[in-house]
Design a protein around this ligand. Structure first.
Ligand code: SF4
Ligand code: SF4
Length: 68
């Protein structure tokens, strides 16, 4: 089964992934990572169509689409 995985320590909170997700599956967390950035979390996971837009857009390679 495919799954979107976000590495919260790599994320710098640029929000580019949120802007390209067509299904509102991503949001900014209230929590802060070790670098001081509010990182992105997956929400509405059931709405994700694995389009890869978020993965392609992320400049910090913080998002992966994995098979579990
Ligand atoms: S794979 Fe597509 S639908 Fe899923 S979170 Fe990323 S941009 Fe949104
Ligand atoms: S595009 Fe990457 S670095 Fe930017 S908010 Fe999304 S996961 Fe974080």
């Amino acid at each position: 089964m495919k799954k979107v995985k976000i590495n919260s320590e790599k994320c710098k909170g640029c929000l580019l992934c949120i802007s390209v997700c067509p299904n509102n599956c991503l949001k900014v967390s209230d929590k802060i990572n070790k670098s001081g950035h509010k990182y992105v979390e997956l929400i509405n996971e059931e709405k994700c169509k694995f389009c890869s837009f978020c993965f392609i857009m992320c400049p910090d390679v913080a998002i992966e689409i994995v098979e579990e």
